[in-house]
Design a protein around this ligand. Structure first.
Ligand code: C2E
Ligand code: CA
Ligand code: CA
Ligand code: CA
Length: 276
C-alpha cells in the first residue's frame, strides 16, 4: 500500500493537490463517484469510412468531481491504475455499457456493438471472462456485440494469466482490440500469439496525415499489417475530410473522430443517429 501511495503521487496535478492529496482521498472521491452518479459514459461512434454507416460505439468514462468539475480520463485513469482502483471503474463501465446496449435494443435504437477500454491491471486481478459472461446472460447480449480495447502495455505484464483470459474471451466470441497501436511498447509478435480482432491506429499517426509523409507511411504500414492478418483497422482521431480521404486511399475501413462525431451521452447519440 505504501508503494502504491508513492507511485500515486507521480500523477498529481497542482490543481488537484488538495482534494486528491492522498491515496485515501482519491479512493473515497472515486468511491463516492461510483455511488453518487458522478460517473457517466459517453459514446463515440465507430463508422465505416466508405459510407459513414455506424458499426458501433466506444464507451469513454467521464467523471464530474464536485470541486474540480470534469476531470479528464487521461488524468484520473492513470491515477486509478497506480492506486489499484481502476478495476472497479472498468467493471462499472462494462456493466453500464452492457445495460446501455440492452436498453438501445429495447428502444429499437440501431446501435448493436460497444467497445470498452480495459486497463492492464484488470486481467491480473479479476476474472474478466467470467464477468463478461455473466453480463451477456443478464442482458441477453451476444458476445460479438462486445469489444474490449487494450493497450499494448498490458501484454508485457503477467502474460500467462492475461493470455488465458484473452483466449477464453475469444472463444466466447468477444472481440479484442489493440488500442494505441504503434505507440510505446508494440511488438508485432503479440499479433501472432494473441486472439486479436482489431487494431486501432493511434491518433498521433492520424493528426498530420495530410502533411507528413512519414505519418502517411506509418499509417499505411499499420493498415497493411491489419489487412494482411485479417484484422479490422480503426483509425482514431479523424478530424478532417482530408484525413478521411488519405485513410480510405490507404485501405482503412473504419474510423472514429470529431469529423464524424464527438463522444456524447447516450441520448445525444440517439438524436445524432436520427438526424442522419
Ligand atoms: P483512448 O481509448 O485512446 O480514447 C480515444 C480518445 O481520443 C478519447 O479521449 C476521445 O475522446 C478522444 N478523441 C476522439 N475523437 C477525437 C478526435 O477527433 N481528435 C482528438 N484529438 N481526440 C479525439 P478521452 O475520452 O479523453 O479518453 C482518454 C483516454 O482515457 C482513452 O484513450 C483511454 O485510454 C482512457 N479511458 C477512457 N475511458 C476509459 C475507461 O472506461 N477505462 C479505462 N481503463 N480507460 C479509459
Ligand atoms: Ca480506446
Ligand atoms: Ca488511442
Ligand atoms: Ca489512449
Amino acid at each position: 500500500a505504501k508503494r502504491a501511495g508513492r507511485n500515486c503521487a507521480r500523477f498529481y496535478l497542482p490543481a488537484m493537490n488538495q482534494a486528491l492529496d492522498t491515496r485515501m482521498a482519491l479512493e473515497s472521491a472515486l468511491r463516492l463517484a461510483l455511488s453518487s452518479n458522478s460517473l457517466a459514459l459517453h459514446y463515440q461512434p465507430k463508422v465505416r469510412l466508405s459510407d459513414g454507416a455506424l458499426v458501433g460505439a466506444e464507451a469513454l468514462l467521464r467523471w464530474w468531481h464536485p470541486q474540480h468539475g470534469q476531470v479528464p480520463p487521461d488524468t484520473f485513469i492513470p491515477m486509478a491504475e497506480e492506486c489499484g482502483l481502476v478495476n472497479a471503474l472498468d467493471a462499472w463501465v462494462l456493466e453500464a455499457a452492457c445495460a446501455q446496449l440492452a436498453s438501445w435494443r429495447e428502444q429499437g435504437v440501431a446501435i448493436q456493438a460497444v467497445a470498452v477500454n480495459v486497463s492492464p491491471t484488470r486481467f491480473q486481478q479479476d476474472d474478466v471472462a467470467a464477468h463478461v459472461h455473466s453480463l451477456l446472460q443478464k442482458h441477453d447480449l451476444r458476445a460479438e456485440q462486445i469489444t474490449l480495447e487494450m493497450t499494448e502495455r498490458l501484454l508485457l505484464e503477467h502474460e500467462t494469466r492475461t493470455v488465458d483470459q484473452l483466449n477464453q474471451l475469444h472463444s466466447m466470441g468477444v472481440r479484442l482490440s489493440i488500442d494505441d497501436f504503434g505507440t510505446g511498447y508494440s511488438s508485432l509478435s503479440y499479433l501472432k500469439r494473441l486472439p486479436v480482432s482489431e487494431l486501432k491506429l493511434d491518433k498521433s499517426f492520424v493528426r498530420d496525415l495530410e502533411t507528413d509523409a512519414d505519418d502517411r507511411a506509418l499509417s499505411s504500414a499499420v493498415i497493411g499489417i491489419g489487412r494482411a492478418l485479417g484484422l479490422a483497422v480503426v483509425a482514431e482521431g479523424v478530424e478532417t475530410e482530408g484525413q478521411r480521404r488519405v485513410l480510405i486511399e490507404a485501405g482503412c475501413e473504419i474510423a472514429q473522430g470529431y469529423f464524424f462525431a464527438r463522444p456524447q451521452s447516450a441520448q445525444d447519440l440517439q438524436a445524432w443517429l436520427k438526424l442522419r
